[in-house]
Design a protein around this ligand. Structure first.
Ligand code: PGA
Length: 263
């Protein structure tokens, strides 16, 4: 089958979502270790982003800059306003100033535990792009929804809602992460066929709404208990362009293996 994706979309993006793990000292040690494990050859073929907690970002940025590392700096979350009386929130413009490239929006943990709605996710996606960063917009179904045969309805509904107000060009430069909620942190992974099916459905829905060029340029990650032992089969799927890795991104050896095998 002819590959309908652009060269940029075919270059995998492996993202490590540390969630609420590692203080800034631990973060610096991790990045230094990872830099020994992943060489220029590896990073010539795969993009690797690291998403530490907010309190670590400045430290990680300093290491990346000082050692000229090729890792992209990421964040796990942000607010959609640039400023305001919003105690505890972090504005996307602050992240942009720190050299953050990728920001996760609508992770299922944010949606389920912190009440993030589709509408908020759409505003975050817009705010992240307004500051010239790349959103990684997460979508995914619960086990109940999967068992009720509602996977596509749920996932495509979230895709549609999250892309509200975006132009074809803006969608083309985004990342969407398909993360079945029942596979996150559970050790259960969607089969590579299942992952492919849903990722292909996402690309088709984007093509229908924004055109084939946007759909071909968009990168789609799979996430949910990705490990070194499962990445190769996932990445070999036609519509899987990378992985959002949680638990396995906390071990530099395992994460480096995932990045190498994810090329
Ligand atoms: P997991 O997390 O790899 O631990 O399942 C993935 C994620 O939540 O992004």
């Amino acid at each position: 089958m002819a590959d309908h994706r652009t060269a940029a979309a075919r270059r995998p993006l492996i993202s490590g979502n540390w969630k609420m793990n590692f203080n800034h000292f631990e973060a610096i040690q991790f990045v230094q270790k990872l830099s020994y494990l992943l060489g220029k050859d590896d990073l010539g073929e795969v993009d690797v982003s690291i998403h530490p907690p907010f309190t670590d970002i400045r430290s990680v940025q300093t290491v990346i800059d000082a050692d000229k590392l090729q890792f992209a700096l990421g964040a796990q979350h942000c607010h959609f306003d640039d400023t305001g009386a919003l105690t505890g929130e972090v504005a996307p413009v602050f992240l942009a100033k720190l050299g953050v490239k990728y920001v996760i929006a609508g992770h299922s943990e944010r949606r389920e535990l912190f009440g993030e709605t589709d509408e908020m996710v759409a505003k975050k996606v817009a705010a992240i792009q307004r500051h010239a960063m790349t959103p990684i917009m997460c979508v995914g179904e619960t086990l109940d929804e999967r068992e009720a045969g509602q996977t596509e309805t749920k996932v495509l509904g979230q895709v549609h809602a999250g892309l509200t107000g975006r132009t074809a060009e803006q969608v083309a430069s985004m990342v969407i992460a398909y993360e079945p909620i029942w596979a996150i942190g559970t050790g259960r992974t969607a089969t590579s066929d299942d992952a492919q099916l849903v990722c292909a459905a996402i690309r088709a829905a984007v093509a229908a709404q924004f055109g084939a060029a946007s759909a071909g340029a968009l990168r789609i990650q799979y996430g949910g208990s990705v490990k070194a032992g499962t990445i190769a089969e996932l990445i070999a799927q036609h519509d899987v362009d990378g992985a959002l890795v949680g638990g396995a991104s906390l071990d530099p050896d395992e994460f480096a293996r995932i990045a190498k095998l994810g090329r």
